[in-house]
Design a protein around this ligand. Sequence first.
Ligand SMILES: [Zn+2]
Length: 239
Amino acid sequence: MNWPLTYVLALIVAWVIALLYYGCAVPRSQLLGPSLVRGQPGKKRVALTFDDGPTPPETGQILDILKAYRVPATFFVNGKQVSRYPECLSRIHRENHTIGNHTYTHLFLYLKSRGRIGREIDQTQAAIEAVTGVRPNIFRCPYGVRWFGLFSLLRQRGIHSIQWSDTGYDWVKKNTPALIVRKTLKSLRDGSVILLHDGCGARNPGEVSHAFTVTALPMIIEEIRERGFSFVSINEFLP
Ligand SMILES: [Zn+2]
């Protein structure tokens, strides 16, 4: 065995794996295509986004809080959840929040074919349009994972890819409401796109609870306002 050659090959493989990981999984990466991660600074604006709904009771509780504080938000919904809870999506739309596509079944896009990814996007667009009459122009990948072929599919459909710059890690079970608040605000700045969750994705109803997100939300809103920021729909950050 030629050891220097083995060493070089191992280095190349490690480099390719690292590059793939960066391109597909790191939220801010633009390697496979353009994604909005943060809005233009200058106006002290931040965007609140909620993924994986609509799911009762959390979506309704979050909508109650947003209404009480007069805060606009963006919801990236799963088509499967829309089919289960159309009335919940209808309320998001009626209350003038922005709705985005988060795939039909909340699948990892790793290694998925263009056809499969296209179907996930289109089924969700159709499910949302059937309830609201509007086809979204924004998409967020489940788990933030992008894959080859995705960006040409989005381009063909005039849809923007949206990632995030800040999150409360509210999907981690051990994170209490106080921790969710602290993590959300840790690096917050002008243009921040905040990721939180209101639903269970395509998992079974009741399998995932975001009660802690609901408890944390008023504290997050109050602290952000105290720092002088206003809340906007993600559409305000689009080019
Ligand atoms: Zn998700």
